[in-house]
Design a protein around this ligand. Sequence first.
Ligand SMILES: CSC[C@H]1O[C@@H](n2cnc3c(O)ncnc32)[C@H](O)[C@@H]1O
Ligand SMILES: [Zn+2]
Length: 417
Amino acid sequence: MGLLIKDVELGGLETDVLIEGNRFKRIGPNLDADGARVVAGRGKAIVPTFVNMHTHASMALLRGYADDLELHDWLTNYIWPLEAKMGEEDIYTGARLACLEMIKSGTTCFNDMYWHYHGVARAVEEMGMRAMLSSVFIDFNDEARAATEREQAAKLFEQQGRYSDRIGFTLGPHAIYTVSEESLRWVKSFADEHGLLIHIHVSETEKEVVDCRALHGLRPVQWLEKIGLLGANVVAAHVIHVDDEEIGILARNQVKVVHNPASNMKLASGRFPYARLRDAGVHVSLGTDGCSSNNNLCMLEEMKFAALNAKLVHNDPTVLPAAEAFDMATTRGAEALGLDCGRIAEGLLADCMLVDLDNPRLVPGYQLIDDLVYSADSSCIDTVICDGEILMENGRVEGEEEIVADAKAYVSRFQSQ
Ligand SMILES: CSC[C@H]1O[C@@H](n2cnc3c(O)ncnc32)[C@H](O)[C@@H]1O
Ligand SMILES: [Zn+2]
């Protein structure tokens, strides 16, 4: 049937956009399409939706649960004990809440790492989003646990046929301080054998570097290269504490780095060396991290944080201009995941949103991209489309009241335990 978006602004010019199936079929003036549903675009602009490159979506249920703590204290004393009590249905409830929040703030694709794979996958499937979901790998150097994690990863990989093409499978070794060297080597060989991405936290804190040097005599990125983990299929979140040699290693190995400015600032993890990475040719995209260290999944906010943080860190207002932040949140994420989305162009996957050009936050409207990065909030987003399907119209997502009620009910149950 298709969608025909009429008289919408694209790159400053009014045009029509025809979506057939899950792709942009034609872009140009005066388009007609028999049987297509017509969407009125006048007064709106069409832009690509966001790709959130590092999340733990179901942590939406842990929003506000443990704030203002240092990373290792936060993880070991608050988050992990609570996560240990969560089952697949809880994870599903949290992931639906996260998907709702993401859709309402213009994200249609996310790269996730969390427990209970099927709980997250079911939510993504039902909400109509696109996601790369990882089979989590944590063994704490325990061989029995490593064997279970290997079996689990292989089994989940075999079960991918259950889900649509909107869901991709990745491997998620949590970090070098939670996964043994042997397991990291296994992850790499399994990923290379099956053409999978590896999603891992790298050099997030100074402690991680100090511990790695004490254990291996090398810094984290040096050590990861030595054990052969690095490559173009590695998506490394955070990557804050890296020296020039490590930056060269990341560039040489075409590692995809994900910047998480809100989380890094909230946990005081360190200063992300954006300009040094960019100058060395490292691929950098953008993610929110989970809702317990952010505390939301809004990529509009994240772009602004990234741009402001880079200017502060490098003491230079010209570093990370708005257009670059927008690219990091859209095109670069899609590139890192090897997906055909992140831009509005004929033939690409139809993931896009319509923003209301009369929203006060987008007025007077000198530069739409600058306004989206520095001024917009979710109220500017009218319509969200993923894979050619409308997920939000007039700011409303079908079933949103039930999703919110379920999440509230989970927290009441949890608190009464
Ligand atoms: C193995 S599932 C993901 C795991 O990671 C935890 N987590 C969330 N945010 C961070 C972060 O910034 N650094 C390290 N680990 C993080 C999450 O709670 C899950 O246990
Ligand atoms: Zn994380």
